[in-house]
Design a protein around this ligand. Structure first.
Ligand code: PEP
Ligand code: MG
Length: 590
């Protein structure tokens, strides 16, 4: 029966596909399609791993000391029984033979299916067997690790999005579009899906500017976050429509609903085609103002999309994505240098703004760190971004050296996140000088960099003079600026309705930062999600902003707004908006 689940719209468009439920803890399992001829081989991989785990448990059982607690022996019996479970074995086989999922994916999919049944059981003892099943699956996965192929970018999803709805209803083979449904996915795990096979995403938690949502948006596929119990209500393999425009999931849609959404999907595609025609049009307003459209990237490879979208540089390279999901082993100077250099070369001479590492809060380094962070009450206000860097000078110096060295290969801007105190600024400056001195003493070449600071804490926006004394340019991080001005956790869906980019206090801080930079002849841009939101473009232009940094997928929509804008008229209108009690209403009625 058709039902809908409401969440937050984070990435536009409509995706229609079968649900793949992914447990947060298992999002890092490889997901790819195997060749039809290799199904037997793939089944063998799981079987071998399962047999190895069985032997391992039998050995454990044999070596169990005589005085071992009875529960332990019973537990091993349960694990042995689960390893032989017919539903697990036949289900895995089915996912592999019928859907051509790789072994790990098939195993975790079947685990999710059975786990649901355990959840629904009345009997508490049986319900608790879910944890045992999880351990057994974990053991098999560990056995298979290293044997599997890497995650493979598969074109099927994109291609199959063009199928007609009729086909979708009839076709039950591997060529069916898939949508990922999860309780939560960390930004790092999300990143690994970037080149993957999913046509859309939905998660239970997260706000519009949570980093998971930001990565989903950068993938330019429909996504909904904050769908609360969505992953509980949706079953493995259900048909789901992800309406990324309205923030709604429609489960098990009727043919009429499918036809309606198929129509919407085609409308969206047409709109994209129309926007594509603007690719080579310069971003100039009706009154002749040239506007700089820059790209936000997470990985060096993202420069490809940035250039393709017509970005005139990278306004924000979130370098922390190089640091995440590595089990605490941080990238060394050489690895970072090569990554930054790759991004610089990818931009073919256009400027690249590299932000120093901003881990912490909703961007944990890895799962262990995430657990450790959970124990802190307010991770968003804790040791993140520059605070984390200044707490570990050798780590920070390594990154600074890598950035300075990469600057020998092109125009580099070095951007520092989350500064609030003059003392932090001075400390950062000293470390940058120190990094240069180390390179000098080693005789290693490096290049000049322009230095910039993120304005994302209200305290920074209220003390601009000290920032402008030290920095060449400022970049307004509206995602955090909103979070800290309004005291709204940007990743918490339960307060998402209060996360308001148009709150007069937020707009005041943004407007003053732009005006102060203008007055002092310093560069200023916005690199938070506000820059890529077409409903905010006119206001930002009216406030004097001439540089916008956003995900490449947003660039054309923003350019369209710019081409229709007259900054002279917008300046006086912006003044009225700023004076209004309800700026959002004024934006809508323009
Ligand atoms: C911001 O806070 O607006 C920003 C661009 O940084 P991030 O989203 O990575 O915190
Ligand atoms: Mg930020």
């Amino acid at each position: 029966m058709t039902f809908s689940v409401h969440g937050l719209a984070v990435s536009r468009g409509i995706a229609i596909g079968r649900a793949v439920l992914v447990a947060s803890s298992r999002a890092d399992v490889a997901h790819y399609f195997i060749d039809a001829a290799k199904t037997d081989e793939e089944i063998m991989r799981v079987r071998d791993a399962r047999n190895a785990v069985t032997e391992e448990i039998l050995r454990l059982q044999k070596d169990l000391p005589k005085d071992a607690p009875h529960e332990l022996a019973a537990l091993l019996d349960v694990h042995l029984m689960l390893l032989q479970d017919e539903q697990l074995i036949s289900g895995v086989k089915r996912w592999i033979t019928e859907r051509h999922y790789n072994a790990e994916w098939a195993l975790t999919t079947q685990y999710e299916t059975i786990a649901r049944q355990f959840d629904d059981m009345e009997d508490e003892y049986l319900r608790e067997r879910k944890a045992d099943l999880e351990q057994v699956v974990e053991r098999i996965l560990r056995r298979m690790k290293g044997v599997g192929s890497p995650i493979q970018p598969v074109g099927q999803a994109g291609a199959s999005r063009k199928q007609s709805q009729q086909d979708l209803l009839l076709d039950d083979t591997m060529d069916v579009p898939l949508v990922l449904v999860a309780h939560d996915i960390s930004p790092a795990d999300m990143l690994q899906f970037k080149q993957s096979l999913f046509a859309g995403f939905a998660t239970d938690v997260g706000g519009k500017t949570s980093h998971t949502a930001i990565v989903a948006r950068s993938m330019d596929i429909p996504a909904v976050v904050g769908a609360r119990s969505g992953s509980q209500l949706i079953k493995q393999d259900d048909w789901v429509i992800i309406d990324g425009d309205a923030g709604v999931l429609i489960v098990d849609p009727s043919p009429i609903i499918l036809a309606e959404y198929g129509f919407k999907q085609r409308q969206g595609e047409l709109e994209r085609e129309r926007l594509n025609r603007l690719k080579h049009t310069p971003a100039v307003t009706m009154d002749g103002q040239h506007i700089e459209l820059l790209a936000n990237i997470e990985m060096p490879e993202d420069t490809l999309g940035a250039v393709k979208a017509g970005a005139v540089g990278v306004g924000l390279f979130r370098s922390e994505f190089l640091f995440m999901g590595r089990n605490g082993k941080l990238p060394d100077e050489e690895e970072q240098y090569l990554a930054y250099r790759k991004a610089i070369e990818g931009m073919h001479g256009l400027p690249v703004t590299i932000r120093t590492v901003d881990v912490g809060s909703d961007k944990p380094l890895d799962k262990l760190a995430e657990k450790a962070q959970d124990s802190h009450l307010n991770p968003a206000m804790g040791l993140r971004a520059i605070r984390w860097s200044l707490a570990d000078p050798p780590m920070f110096l390594t990154q600074l050296r890598a950035i300075l060295r990469s600057a020998a290969h092109g125009q580099v801007n070095l951007l520092v996140p989350m500064l609030a105190h003059a003392s932090e600024i001075r400390q950062t400056m000293r470390l940058i000088d120190h990094a240069r001195a180390i390179l000098d003493s080693r005789g290693v070449p490096y290049g000049p960099v322009r230095l910039g600071a993120m304005i994302e804490i209200p305290a920074a926006a209220l003390t601009l003079k000290v920032f402008l004394k030290y920095f060449d340019f400022l970049s307004i991080g509206t995602n955090d600026l909103i979070q800290y001005t309004l005291a709204i956790d940007r990743a918490d869906e339960s307060v998402a309705h209060l996360y308001d980019p148009c709150h007069p206090a937020v707009l005041r801080l943004v407007a003053d930062t732009i005006a102060e930079c203008d007055a002092q002849g310093k560069g200023v841009s916005v690199c938070g999600e506000m820059a890529g939101d077409p409903s905010m473009t006119r206001l930002l232009l009216g406030l004097g902003l001439r540089s916008f940094s956003m995900h490449p997928s947003q660039i054309l929509a923003i350019k369209q707004q710019i081409l229709r804008a007259d900054t002279g008229k917008l300046a006086s209108w912006a003044e009225q908006v700023m004076a209004s009690e309800d700026p959002a209403a004024m934006l809508q009625s323009y």
